[in-house]
Design a protein around this ligand. Structure first.
Ligand code: AMP
Ligand code: ZN
Length: 484
């Protein structure tokens, strides 16, 4: 029988870290809200996909069979999540003088190219919304029949007043609830209740809507939320284990997905909701409408290996907002270089101790499996390096961890040109390389502690280094050190 390691996950529905128990033993049905393909993904979007990738791999690492599905939003998403503003796909098409389908194809390919660079696995099923119009129409028909939807102004709306508990995620803070009404909202007078949402448009302000389909309610196009309910049920059935997205998806998108899915099936739909907090830049939340925005290509143009960005995100917990800066990325460059070079210098000696490897495997599954604690997973890599395992076993264990971490840790050592950033070692030419590695490791641990806002630990690391005669200096180029 397959060995299974237990996992704990924070569930946005219950607001607690819970033991993960899938509907069917050993099997996980997982769904991810995919990108709206009207522009490149920014590295904030990709933080969400990176963490979801880690979750999927962690589940597989822990012994589960995973089936993961992702939609591609190529129709129906307006610039405000509450069915107002501009149509995002039309906006992209106009900007680039292309058709909507050309835009969708180009940015879908670009999205998966970025994912590949970040070592993000493509989900088992990827389905564009425009493939599933008949499924959407069927679900909307059922919702109308059951009295959960109504026709008004030639559109079809979901009637949120029909539900006893529409706000299933509860306790949304003010900011979450404002998501739907943040920009220049002109209220849709057809809506009976403020949060009712469009299931099908036949009449909208976009007279020039490029993609339209016949439906029982006239020629038109679907609202945004219906796609995730239908696409997930098409491939995963009516019971799902984990649904993922960024925190901004909680309201209204996931709230609406649950409303329509559970009204349609008449039972609970998904048990665990996994939400990744935002990557912010120093001016606030990242946005594609802010002019030049941060993409994987931009990082590459500046000389960064995209896996350094993966390292940067793994150093912090997915349930905390993360602030991006190039200084912080430079620190990740150093840590990544040092770590890879240390791994590359592990002597090729001894046999792989399979029992020890299994023990470390279980330890990693337990530690990282405690609500996807990637920072602790990285710490375990250092623990392996410091252990008295044989060289062959160390490599094998790190290789095993790297299935989840996805940092290509056991591939060739890092050359000067393969990742950008300043390298502290050149300032320490006369030092013992092992001591330099030790100091750099402590600096990385301190950076991780600071990111986790564990300032007491960060100060302790600095003080310990000082006792060893090492002074740290926080500079714009990152942390530098010298002997006192
Ligand atoms: P979109 O392409 O706008 O539909 O967004 C794709 C995914 O990125 C969704 O799961 C969003 O919740 C997520 N997302 C959007 N902005 C950010 C951000 N700044 N940080 C992390 N995830 C984000
Ligand atoms: Zn969705």
């Amino acid at each position: 029988m397959r060995r299974m390691c237990s996992m704990k996950l924070y569930n946005s529905l219950t607001k607690r870290v819970e033991e993960f128990v899938p509907n069917e033993e050993g099997k996980v049905k997982m769904y991810t809200c995919g990108p709206t393909v009207y522009h490149f993904a920014h590295i904030g979007n990709l933080r969400s996909y990176l963490m979801e990738d880690v979750l999927e791999k962690l589940l597989r690492y822990s012994g589960y069979d995973v089936k993961r599905v992702m939609n591609i939003t190529d129709v129906g998403h307006l610039s405000s999540d509450a069915d107002t503003g501009e149509d995002k796909m039309l906006k992209g098409a106009k900007r680039e003088h292309k058709t909507v389908m050309e835009i969708a194809k180009f940015y879908t390919d670009a999205f998966f190219a970025d994912c590949a660079k970040l070592n993000i696995k493509t989900p088992d099923v990827v389905e564009p919304a425009t493939n599933c119009i008949s499924e959407f129409i069927h679900m909307i028909e059922v919702l109308l029949e059951k009295g959960y939807a109504y026709k008004a102004g030639e559109n079809v709306y979901f009637d949120t007043s029909k539900l006893d508990n529409y706000y299933v995620f509860g306790g949304q803070n003010e900011e979450d609830l404002m998501v739907g009404v943040r920009d220049d909202v002109t209220e849709d007078e057809n809506k009976r209740n403020k949060n009712d949402f469009v299931l099908w448009f036949t009449k909208s302000k976009f007279e020039d809507q490029a993609l339209k389909w016949d439906s029982p309610w006239g020629v038109g196009y679907p609202g945004w939320h219906i796609e995730c309910s239908c696409i997930s049920m098409k491939h995963l059935g009516e019971y799902m284990d984990i649904h993922c997205g960024g925190v901004d998806n909680i309201f209204p998108h996931h709230t609406n997905e649950i409303a329509q899915s559970e009204s349609y099936t008449g039972h609970k739909w998904c048990n665990y909701w996994f939400h990744v907090h935002h990557l912010n830049d120093e001016t606030g939340k990242m946005s594609k409408s802010k002019g030049e925005f941060l993409t994987v290509s931009l990082l590459e143009e500046k000389g960064y290996d995209p896996l350094v960005y993966r390292m940067f995100t793994l150093q912090s917990h997915y349930r905390k907002p993360l602030v991006f800066s190039f200084e912080a990325l430079d620190q990740a460059v150093k840590t990544y270089k040092k770590l890879k070079n240390r791994i590359a210098s592990i002597p090729a000696e001894g046999e792989v101790d399979e029992a020890a490897k299994r023990e470390w495997h279980d330890k990693f599954a337990e530690v990282v499996g405690n609500d996807v604690n990637t920072a602790m997973g990285l710490t375990l890599v250092y623990d392996v390096l410091k252990s008295d395992l044989s060289g062959a076993t160390k490599r094998a264990v790190i290789d095993d961890f790297d299935y989840v971490l996805g940092l290509k840790l056991t591939e060739a050592a890092v050359t000067e040109s393969s990742v950008a950033g300043t390298d502290g070692t050149s300032d320490h030419a006369g030092e013992d390389p092992a001591f330099v590695a030790h100091v750099e490791e402590k600096i990385a641990e301190r950076a991780a502690a600071k990111k986790e806002k564990n300032f007491a630990l960060a100060d302790e690391i600095r003080a310990n280094l000082l006792e060893e005669g090492i002074v740290l200096e926080d500079t714009r180029e990152g942390v530098k050190w010298h002997r006192s």
